[in-house]
Design a protein around this ligand. Structure first.
Ligand code: IMP
Ligand code: MG
Length: 188
């Protein structure tokens, strides 16, 4: 067991939290992603849909580095995990869009893709609103865990199958405010 976490409670041994991706590495990679996005959407308006809560930390930092197009930020909230560490498979819809995306370029910005259920659900939902384009940007991708195929257009880091925390990612709604991505070291 690499996690010292009591499922069903909120206990975590903080000494076991280790850096997986540092603040500096995050910043460098986000700048590169933002440059790619700037080039791809140059001179156009871009609606960024940030997925609350986790994706907001990344989406806001990413948007600040996008220079060549006008960004319209919006937020959606879905829940697929509740407070557990494995996907329930259920995606619940909590907060809808506040802008009209018909005939607009739309980029979904998410913190992590795991099973793919959340983004598959959101993509289908958003496609029905007839955007002129719909792409996906994720900071982290646990590709080996995919259950539903999702086409990822921009990815910060491919990571192995570990539960990660920080920079938006939570455990029982905590640890989002770490300025790096962490993992929980195996108990020896
Ligand atoms: P999916 O629907 O299985 O792709 O899961 C996506 C969502 O699960 C993300 O938006 C996260 O909120 C959550 N999630 C997946 N893996 C992790 C993790 O390692 N740490 C924290 N949250 C995670
Ligand atoms: Mg989340």
């Amino acid at each position: 067991m690499y996690l010292f976490i009591c499922l069903g409670s909120e206990v975590m041994n903080k000494e076991n939290i280790k850096v997986l991706i540092s603040k500096e590495e995050l910043h460098e990679r986000i700048k590169i992603l933002a440059q790619q996005i700037s080039n791809d959407y140059k001179g156009r308006d871009l609606v960024i849909i940030s997925i609350l809560k986790g994706g907001a930390y990344f989406a806001i930092d990413l948007s600040k580095e996008i220079t060549e197009c006008d960004v319209i930020m919006d937020f959606m909230k879905v829940s697929s995990y509740g407070n557990a560490m494995v996907s329930s498979g259920d995606v619940k819809f909590i907060l809808d869009l506040s802008v009209d995306i018909k005939d607009r370029d739309v980029l979904i910005v998410e913190d992590i893709i795991d099973s793919g259920r959340t983004l598959a659900f959101l993509s289908e939902y958003l496609k029905k609103k007839e955007p002129s384009s719909l792409k996906i940007c994720t900071l982290l991708d646990k590709k080996e865990r995919r259950e539903i195929d999702v086409s990822v257009d921009y990815c910060g880091f491919l990571i192995e199958d570990k539960f990660v925390l920080g920079y938006g990612l939570d455990y029982f709604d905590k640890f989002r405010n770490l300025d790096y991505i962490a993992y929980v070291e195996e108990e020896k």
